[in-house]
Design a binder for this molecule. Structure first.
Ligand SMILES: O=C(O)CCC(=O)C(=O)O
Ligand SMILES: [Fe+2]
Length: 347
């Protein structure tokens, strides 16, 4: 059994303890509560994901990025009004700056909605994924199996979080059942010499419940503490990095932290791979305010709204805006009227 240790700067949480006897579970919950309040970032062990699945996902992701560019461009995101598919380095933006990473985004497999009603624009996000069916057919079943596993872990962690907040473990179920949002990205950060900046991905908070991040072997992820200090969160074999998103910060009036983080591009000649999974609420959900026990309420920080990236309680519109901002090319190609409506002419 892993006790709460620090490797090297962030805590390690063994989620297996959540499923042990009442005494161990209670100790675990007390520790997790402090971690969520202090950081919202930790390493997860005891998750039960098959190590063979993890290594196959990483190996196959590397094969995908090694495909000829024209194969990858066959499933470029600009072909998808639902923001699914491949992006070249430099095509995604965080706070208006280019991120230097290439990636494949998938989300819940689904059908496109034929006539999206004006008052539910987030239904544009539903639709099929794009897969390299000919060039790398094994990617689809692997990533879908992995997506199911990280969804399971994310929900398990979310249940533990609910208990730390003095709530029943299914307190968030009404906003994620029967189908949470499940954005999964395989990511490659090329070495620095190709770039004019070291922004792998710019400083940001994640938006949803929790992120389940798999890092291969190269460091680069950094987390900003409450005091404004940047600490490194290097890969630790056998773990995932879990971080809580703005949804939980909002639901707990800032009791739970959603830490700002970024990724620094690796040095020339080195490439970094990661697989990020963002578990979120249903797009038609509204984020509730959880009535915390009094001793936790005293530690609420309130919500700080970043004017460049405002947060909203309506999950779908919030997510749609974030996708439109991050992918201006897709926005222009498929959603110009919507961009004008949501952001005005400046986009
Ligand atoms: O690639 C990573 O390690 C983290 C990426 C990240 O923070 C994100 O995509 O939101
Ligand atoms: Fe992130």
């Amino acid at each position: 059994m892993t006790v709460h240790t620090t490797v090297p700067n962030l805590p390690v949480v063994d989620i297996g303890r959540f499923h042990e006897g009442p005494e161990e579970r209670a100790k675990f919950i007390d520790e997790l509560r402090d971690i969520l309040h202090d950081h919202g970032f930790f390493y997860l062990t005891g998750h039960g994901v098959d190590p063979d699945l993890i290594s196959e996902v990483v190996a196959t992701a590397k094969k995908f990025f090694a495909l000829p560019l024209d194969e990858k461009l066959k499933i470029e995101m600009i072909r998808s009004p639902h923001f699914r598919g491949y992006n070249r380095a430099g095509s995604e933006h965080t706070r208006g700056e280019k991120d230097w990473r290439e990636q494949l985004d998938i989300n819940t497999e689904g059908e496109a909605v034929a006539n999206v009603p004006e008052d539910q624009p987030w239904l544009h996000l539903r639709g099929p994924n794009q897969w390299p069916d000919q060039a790398l057919p094994e990617l689809k079943p692997l990533l879908l199996a992995y997506q199911a596993e990280v969804t399971r872990i994310g929900i398990d962690v979310l249940k533990a979080i609910a208990v730390t907040l003095g709530q029943p473990e299914d307190v968030f179920a009404p906003i994620y059942e029967p189908s949470p949002s499940q954005l999964l990205k395989i990511i490659r950060y090329p070495g620095r010499d190709a770039a004019d900046s070291d922004q792998g991905v710019g400083a940001h908070k994640d938006g949803g419940f929790v992120t389940v991040l798999l890092q291969d072997t190269v460091p680069g992820l950094r987390v900003r503490t409450e005091e404004g200090e940047w600490i490194e969160a290097p890969p630790v074999p056998g773990t995932f990095v879990i971080n809580t998103g703005e949804l939980l910060e909002l639901a707990t009036n800032g009791f739970v932290r959603a830490d700002v983080h970024d990724v620094v591009v690796p040095p020339a000649g080195v490439e970094r791979f990661s697989v990020a999974f963002f578990l979120g609420a249903r797009y038609d959900a509204t984020i509730p305010v959880i009535d915390l026990p009094e001793e936790l309420q005293r530690k609420e920080r309130g919500i700080s709204v970043d004017p460049l990236n405002p947060i909203f309680r309506e999950v779908g519109i919030n997510h749609l805006k974030s996708r439109l901002r991050s992918h201006p090319d897709v926005a222009e190609a498929h959603h110009a009227p919507l961009v004008e409506k949501l952001f005005g002419k400046a986009g």
